[in-house]
Design a protein around this ligand. Structure first.
Ligand SMILES: *Cc1c(COP(=O)(O)O)cnc(C)c1O
Length: 429
């Protein structure tokens, strides 16, 4: 073959997968094993010294998980990736090599509800803090930084509000400050958005959602672009200086553009233990094989359903960035040309009561706290996923009391519209 780079549809099936060296198995086997036999004592020592890459113990590395890591890294255009047990684990794993007690991260106000809780409360236990900023106010993002700022964090397409982040503009600010931009690309998937091409350093995913795509797995991943110079300042000693947790190893000097990935495995997974199991990795590999096809259909259906809802007199407004009426329509066309995802919210006339009745009346939509499934899903965020937030935080996140969130699946769009029509009749009638 020529040197022409392979297309996305080819890579989503082939990247990271080769016939099994032992059996020739074409599909990636599930290596359901905890440990791996060393060839001899020298081999064991070389593995523990990170002088040779191989398998020691499945908390650190596993061949099925490694295939998935290579596949996601390839699709995102990264140098390496580390899988972990959930999307939330991925967020901690992304921050862990960067932060020490007293450090802070600048975070978008428009985030998944669980991420707002994680950043505003839980990370304080590590001595870290988050400064929440409206990421449409670029001056405010830059002004929020200080000497202790170690990262900027946002979602590409945000949950649940139909908001799209201007990633190139935020990446420029991260460069100015000299810190990595971390983008949660869960709602876009690498098919709709490639944050690394727009200047992001790290990409995290909840693989629980579109990457697996069928509601069977809880998993996460951190992808490193390999582009950040960890030694350019003294901000990131765990990567640039001798790391006491690995007998004084200097990760950046030793591993170059794979420093962050090796740190994530050798220290992050080793000591935090947020490991993805091989069975889950297998399901996610299966899911990714059809990612582009599913995302095209998810977007096509979301556009149809959102346009129908916007015309409906029982609906006040629809926050979908894929609508011509969205304030983010220009940004969508420029930065997310393949579509603005398939998750959005809409305001029901009749407020909280009507929303609760609506979620109790749907028949095809499932009332669940999940998204990115082949099935269409519905939830009233204010009484569920965003319940722990203040009313102000709920509004900022697009999850007010009158808002219902939809994750549009890949069923027949006409069936989805008929289901919403009958449920809206019961809710508002
Ligand atoms: C679901 C989700 C998470 C958390 O992922 P888990 O796999 O549930 O831990 C983080 N970010 C976004 C955007 C999500 O949708």
């Amino acid at each position: 073959m020529t040197d022409t780079p392979l297309g996305f549809d080819t890579l989503q099936i082939h990247a990271g997968a080769r016939p099994d060296p032992a059996t020739g198995a074409r599909q990636v086997p599930i290596y359901q094993t905890t440990a791996y036999v060393f060839r001899d004592a020298d081999h064991a020592a070389a593995l523990f010294n990170l002088q040779e890459v191989g398998y020691i113990y499945s908390r650190l590395t596993n061949p099925t998980v490694a295939a998935l890591q290579e596949r996601v890294a390839t699709l995102e255009g990264g140098a390496g990736a580390v899988c972990c047990s959930s999307g939330h684990a991925a967020q901690i794993m992304a921050l862990f090599p960067l932060m020490t007690p007293g450090d802070n991260v600048i975070v978008s106000t428009r985030l998944y509800g669980g991420s707002i809780t994680q950043f505003s409360n839980t990370i304080k236990r590590f001595g870290w803090s988050a400064t929440f900023v409206d990421f449409d106010d670029l001056d405010a993002v830059e002004a929020a930084s200080d000497a202790k700022t170690k990262a900027i964090f946002c979602e590409s397409i945000s949950n649940p509000g139909g908001y799209l982040t201007d990633i190139p503009a935020i990446a420029k600010i991260a460069d100015t400050i000299g810190v990595p931009l971390i983008v949660d690309n869960t709602l876009a998937s690498p098919y709709l958005c490639k944050p690394i091409e727009m200047g992001a350093t790290l990409v995290v995913h909840s693989m629980t959602k579109y990457l697996t795509g069928n509601g069977t797995v809880t998993g996460g991943v951190v992808v490193d672009s390999g582009n950040f110079d960890w030694s350019a300042s003294d901000k990131f000693p765990s990567l640039s200086q001798p790391e006491p947790a690995y007998h004084g190893l200097k990760f950046h000097e030793t591993f170059g553009n794979l420093a962050f990935t090796f740190h994530g495995i050798a220290i992050g997974l080793r000591d935090l233990g947020m490991t993805l199991n091989p069975q889950a990795a297998h399901y996610t590999l299966m899911g990714i094989e059809t990612l582009s096809l599913r995302m095209q259909r998810h977007v096509e259906n979301a556009v149809k359903v959102a346009n129908w809802l916007e015309q409906d007199p029982r609906v006040d407004f629809v926050t979908y960035a894929g609508l011509a009426s969205s304030p983010y329509a220009d940004r969508a066309a420029k930065i997310y040309p393949k579509g603005a995802g398939a998750l959005f919210a809409f305001a029901v006339k009749g407020g909280y009561e009507a929303c609760v009745k609506l979620v109790d009346s749907v028949e095809i939509f499932s009332h669940v706290a999940n998204l990115g499934d082949t099935r269409s899903l519905i939830i009233h965020s204010a009484s569920t996923t965003h319940r722990q937030l203040t009313p102000e935080q709920q509004d900022a996140a697009g999850a007010g009391a009158n808002m219902v969130r939809l994750s549009i699946g890949i069923e027949d769009a006409d069936d989805l519209i008929r289901d919403l029509d009958q449920a809206l009749a019961k809710a508002t009638g």
